[in-house]
Design a protein around this ligand. Structure first.
Ligand code: UDP
Length: 390
């Protein structure tokens, strides 16, 4: 099935695999085969025009490109132009809509205050001390303690607790503290969701961006083909860049890694604007979805985009074997299991490098995934150069 002199095989045509394939073809000038079990490239960033409305929809939830890493921004701009879209998120709590993340606007609205920027830090400190006595000075041990230490209990209970329970299917006390540090806490009226200087949407969508990434003539991309279909015919000298989950690679021999999955319910609605913004979170635990995505707002430069709109509600769910994994559940036992699989990989499959959100079992954003792939490529290049010199 595979050519006996295949030197580079990439498993998974998402960002991590795509960047590695592109670098191997463009820089090493080596042929590379990319296999992808889905029918499309682009991994979970994939977007396509919804046929009835012509609205660009993200199949796996809103993906906004944002980065602070100069080399990543320079790199992605080779494959697409970006719009000047800057992501804003609103959240609904008890029938009222607030800006997210927590900043002056959300705090003043929620507490009925008119705090000034210079008063915010002191206010939040007093809130934290009032509602988490005794944790002062000690490191927060979990997501709940961390969030309360940052914003106090009332804001935590309104905007974080219910959302987090729905998102992860766990009590926030069982979750690692660092998940919540993804969200900034600000003392001004800036309501951007991300702090990164570079943000935007690919002008012609993610599918066009990935077509460019995979365009090099030395890259052959085969969709609808899984690792299991070809694993037996990979030549031993072939370097494999694997971006699937490691438990699957080893047939779950050491047990299954825990993932959180998502399900989307998509509706075409007969009015031009349904929610007035791209992403509307639902903070309350009684509402079973975490957020709804109205995709046309991701591309304001495309104008009104017709009389209809597309909205997808996002429902987190437990991820069974065979479901699409989205988020690694980074608890200590899961991290330990990933470590055991990594040790087996190094010992038993030295020609395989695993990475990306799935292969690395890491909660990586798109830019960090690209940065990691560029770093992995540097190691490959060094190895290739040593091989050429020998
Ligand atoms: N989060 C929350 N309320 C919100 C938004 C986020 O409690 O309105 C918490 C939740 O625990 C979530 C984490 O912050 O898992 C990170 O949110 P982010 O929006 O970065 O998640 P992603 O877009 O990667 O799903």
């Amino acid at each position: 099935m595979l050519s006996g002199d295949l030197k580079y095989l990439v498993v998974g045509a998402g960002l991590w695999g795509g960047v590695l394939a592109e670098r191997i073809a463009s820089v090493l000038e080596r042929p590379v085969l990319v296999i992808e079990k889905r029918a499309h490239t682009g991994g979970n960033c994939h977007s396509a025009l919804e046929p009835d409305t012509g609205i660009e929809c993200h199949a796996y939830g809103t993906h906004v490109f944002h980065t602070s890493i100069p080399r990543v921004w320079e790199y992605v701009n080779r494959f697409t132009q970006f719009t000047s879209y800057r992501h804003k998120v609103l959240t609904e709590h008890r029938g009222r809509v607030y800006p997210m993340p927590i900043g002056l606007a959300a705090v003043n609205m929620f507490h009925g205050l008119n705090l000034r920027p210079r008063e915010m830090a002191g206010f939040l400190r007093r809130e934290a001390a009032a509602h988490a006595p005794g944790t002062d000075g000690g490191e927060p041990a979990n997501l709940e303690e961390k969030a309360v230490s940052l914003i106090g209990r009332p804001l935590y209970e309104a905007f974080i607790k219910g959302y987090t329970q729905k998102q992860w299917g766990k009590d926030p006390k069982e979750l690692p503290a660092d998940i919540i540090t993804r969200l900034p806490v600000r003392s001004d009226y800036n309501t951007d969701y991300f702090n990164d200087p570079w943000q935007g949407m690919p002008l012609r969508g993610y599918a066009a961006m990935f077509d460019e990434l995979f365009r090099h003539p030395l890259i052959e991309t085969r969709t609808g083909l899984a690792w299991a279909d070809i694993a037996g015919s990979v030549p031993p000298s072939c370097a494999v860049l694997y971006s699937g989950p490691l438990d699957e690679l080893f047939g779950y021999a050491l047990g299954a890694l825990e993932w959180r999955g998502l399900r989307f319910e998509r509706d075409i609605l007969p009015w031009p604007d349904a929610q007035g913004t791209a992403v509307l979170n639902q903070a309350d635990v009684e509402i079973p979805w975490t957020r709804s995505h109205e995709f046309k707002h991701l591309h304001p430069e495309r104008g009104r985009q017709g009389d209809k709109t597309v909205v997808a509600r996002e429902y987190p769910r437990a991820c069974q074997r065979g479901d699409e994994p989205y988020y690694p559940v980074n608890t200590t036992p899961n991290q330990a299991l990933q470590g055991e699989y990594q040790a087996r990989l190094a010992a038993e499959m030295p020609n395989v490098t695993a990475g990306g959100r799935l292969g690395g079992y890491r909660y990586l954003d798109m830019d960090k995934t690209i940065d990691d792939a560029l770093a992995v490529f540097e190691k490959l290049r060094a190895r290739e150069n040593r091989g050429r010199a020998a």
